[in-house]
Design a protein around this ligand. Structure first.
Ligand code: B1M
Length: 214
């Protein structure tokens, strides 16, 4: 049953059919598929396939945009269905996609899972300058600052954030966590970020570790 749903979800994203994607998101949840599993096994393979076709020149910007819109619609439905922890807030995190980058589908999934796990989250959205991230972290009383990036050209902004925190004398005040498709543990080590997460569940694990080791 769920295999068919996953295949239909994948196809809806590849076709860039937002209505169908929303429909399969609802049907999957009605079937009792766990929300993250539905995203990761149904919808994410679709958007990854679209990315591959795009990089091979077999699919162009207008289709990429339609598929992204379908993905956004399905993600919103599924994120809203992630069960919420009863537990009170475990810590505060400010996060956003770095300046120059408008990719936010993955970041939004991460935000939904952080909230569901009882963290207080301030989501600054996408294309966010580093000085704004720091300013909002100060106002929010954040414990952790998180950044996401999907473009190799904007990864450097994560490095610059570390440097800006240092020159403002704030580096020890916050833990930092980074993610996004081109980001790796190696990059985190190189720039001095405190943690790297490869997906949303890993993000929750790493965030808990960061807060324990504060
Ligand atoms: Co763009 N795009 N795109 N795109 N796009 C990529 C990233 C690309 C790899 C496609 C390709 O060529 N194969 C390529 C980048 C190449 C590179 O940098 N080397 C690319 C390009 C080139 C571009 C444009 C430049 C295209 C153009 O205009 N010529 C342009 C850039 C615009 C800009 O940002 N300035 C562009 C635009 C777009 C759309 C707007 C159409 C759309 C984004 C819509 C949106 O996000 N609202 C889009 C999309 C959808 C993609 C692909 C196809 C899919 C991204 C996605 O949503 N993945 C992408 C190809 C790909 O990645 N396979 C591609 C699904 C999502 C669930 O995964 O975001 O990785 P992900 O998030 C994961 C983990 O990474 C992790 O957890 C998430 C959940 O598991 N994670 C974190 C992410 N952030 C985290 C933070 C954490 C922890 C974990 O802690 C803080």
């Amino acid at each position: 049953m769920s295999e068919k749903t996953f295949a239909k979800a994948t196809k809806a994203i590849i076709d860039g059919d937002a209505e169908n994607a929303a429909d399969w998101a609802k049907r999957g949840l009605d079937e009792g598929i766990e929300p993250l599993k539905l995203l990761e096994q149904g919808f994410v393979p679709g958007i990854n396939e679209v990315g591959d076709l795009f990089s091979k020149g077999k699919l162009f910007i207008p289709r990429l945009i339609k598929s992204a819109a379908a993905m956004e619609k399905a993600t919103a439905i599924i994120n809203a269905a992630i069960p919420q922890e009863e537990e009170i807030a475990q810590g505060r995190i400010v996060l956003g996609t770095v300046q120059g980058d408008v990719h936010d589908i993955g970041k939004t999934i991460v935000v939904a899972l952080f909230k569901a796990n009882g963290f207080e989250v301030l989501d600054l959205g996408r294309d966010v300058p580093n000085d704004k991230i720091i300013e909002e972290a100060e106002k929010f009383g954040a414990d952790v600052i998180g950044t996401s990036t999907l473009l190799t050209t904007t990864m450097v902004l994560q490095k610059e954030l570390e440097e800006e925190l240092k020159s403002a004398g704030l580096r020890d005040k916050y833990k930092t966590i980074i993610g996004g498709a081109p980001v790796t543990q190696r990059w985190a080590d190189r720039i001095g970020a405190d943690a790297y997460a490869h997906d949303a569940s890993d993000g929750v694990r790493k965030l808990k570790e960061l807060l324990i080791n504060r």
